[in-house]
Design a protein around this ligand. Structure first.
Ligand code: C2E
Ligand code: CA
Ligand code: CA
Length: 385
């Protein structure tokens, strides 16, 4: 599918001005020719022909040079995209910015509109590819699972589902880049459905494979919680896959739950037996007030707090107090982004309930997850298959 990365309208304007310039030049040259023939002078005729060559040479080299350079850049850009050579969104943006700069040089007076055009076109093309992959049920959209570990027993106690998108044209795009696009374009609902169905499929597979329930945390976007039918839509999917509600943890970030509609939705989820987790706790400013209104089961301590354990002056005290406060309110604490032993040891000392992070595992594909989970229980994969 060809994608227009640039404002071809601008190029058309350039073409029109070149065309007008050439027509004017031609008129002057033809006039000189007619005069030479009229006067029947070979000398003037030769001078006129030489003038034609000089004019054509000067106009093409001066007028067309930036235009040709730009076209070459555009072609390289298009080819690299089409060949799947642009592996990452950042490269993609960098190239687009480079071309935007070329445009700026060419159209000094239109700086603003060109910058805007360039970023919105990146957004637009990401959206087109994402839409296509969702529509096609492409396996370029998939879910990975990061294990969660009980800190007092060391057992795996569940997982967080994290969506991934890898398209041959745009490369790997991190969720922090494409989820905002999915939200603003309305694709988030279809994307979330894909994630939810995949989670149900895995929960059933794990039940068959391990003979035990694996609770899975699913991230919900702020926008989704405004949807009054969300709880019944989730219920429908779970019923269709015979997955009990208690196995799904609804993860919401604090900026997601500001509105009354969102709080209502979460109360309905909780009443229906789902678990509720407040994600990224501590990242924003008003987290504590949510303790009044939300039916919280888990509080997910943001990675920046875990990072502060051995780096910030009051890091340890703050974490200890947050954990104590949550426990007093009968809320369990999940520490995110645990990467080092010193962090793990301190969290354990503070009686933090659950942890996840690179120290244990990165988010894993479903088969990697099987391997880890079963190994942790002393079962080799080949014994099952
Ligand atoms: P999150 O929900 O806070 O997810 C945790 C993020 O931290 C994940 O990034 C995970 O890969 C990363 N992470 C886990 N352990 C560590 C660690 O030890 N160190 C470091 N540096 N990072 C760690 P990811 O997968 O890139 O997701 C980013 C965000 O995108 C998520 O943050 C979540 O807000 C959003 N997201 C991911 N999947 C979904 C989804 O299916 N739906 C929605 N609505 N949002 C999602
Ligand atoms: Ca999360
Ligand atoms: Ca988080």
């Amino acid at each position: 599918m060809p994608v227009e990365f640039f404002d071809w309208g601008n190029i058309m304007n350039l073409k029109i001005s070149l065309l007008l310039g050439s027509v004017l030049g031609l008129i002057i040259i033809i006039q000189a020719l007619v005069r030479a023939i009229w006067l029947n002078s070979i000398g003037i005729l030769l001078i006129a022909i030489a003038l034609i060559f000089v004019t054509v040479y000067i106009s093409t080299s001066i007028l067309l040079k930036p235009y040709q350079k730009l076209i070459v850049q555009l072609q390289q850009f298009d080819t690299s995209i089409l060949n799947g050579g642009v592996k990452h969104f950042q490269d993609y943006t960098a190239i687009n910015n480079r071309i935007a700069r070329a445009f700026k040089k060419l159209y000094k007076s239109r700086k603003e509109s060109i910058t805007l055009n360039s970023s919105s076109l990146v957004h637009q093309s990401i959206e087109e590819y994402l839409f296509q992959d969702i529509e096609d049920s492409s396996d370029q959209i998939y879910v990975v699972f990061q294990p969660k570990v009980n800190l007092s027993t060391g057992d795996h106690v569940g997982a967080e589902a994290l969506v991934r998108w890898e398209n041959p044209k745009v490369g790997f795009v991190p969720p922090s880049e494409f989820i905002p696009v999915a939200e603003s374009s309305g694709l988030i609902h279809s994307l979330w459905e894909r994630v939810m169905i995949e989670v149900c499929f895995q929960i059933n597979k794990w039940k068959d494979l391990y003979g035990e329930d694996v609770p899975v945390a699913v991230n919900f976007s702020p926008m989704q919680l405004q949807n009054k039918n969300l709880v019944s839509q989730v219920n429908q999917i779970l019923e269709a896959h015979s997955v009990p509600n208690k196995l799904i943890e609804i993860e919401v970030t604090e900026n997601a739950v500001l509105t009354e509609a969102a709080i209502n939705t979460l109360n309905q989820f909780s009443a229906a037996g789902f678990k509720i987790a407040l994600d990224d706790f501590g990242k924003g400013f008003s987290s504590l007030s949510y303790m009044f209104d939300l039916p919280l089961d888990y509080l997910k301590l943001d990675r920046s707090f875990v990072d502060a354990i051995d780096k910030k002056k009051n890091g340890r005290e703050l974490i200890k107090n947050i954990i104590t406060m949550a426990h007093n309110l009968k809320i369990k604490v999940v520490a995110e982004g645990v990467e080092e032993l010193v962090q793990l040891e301190y969290l354990r000392e503070c009686k933090c309930d659950i942890a996840q992070g690179y120290f244990f595992d990165r988010p894993l594909s479903s088969s990697e997850f099987d391997d880890k989970w079963l190994k942790a229980r002393g079962v080799e994969m080949d014994e099952i298959i």
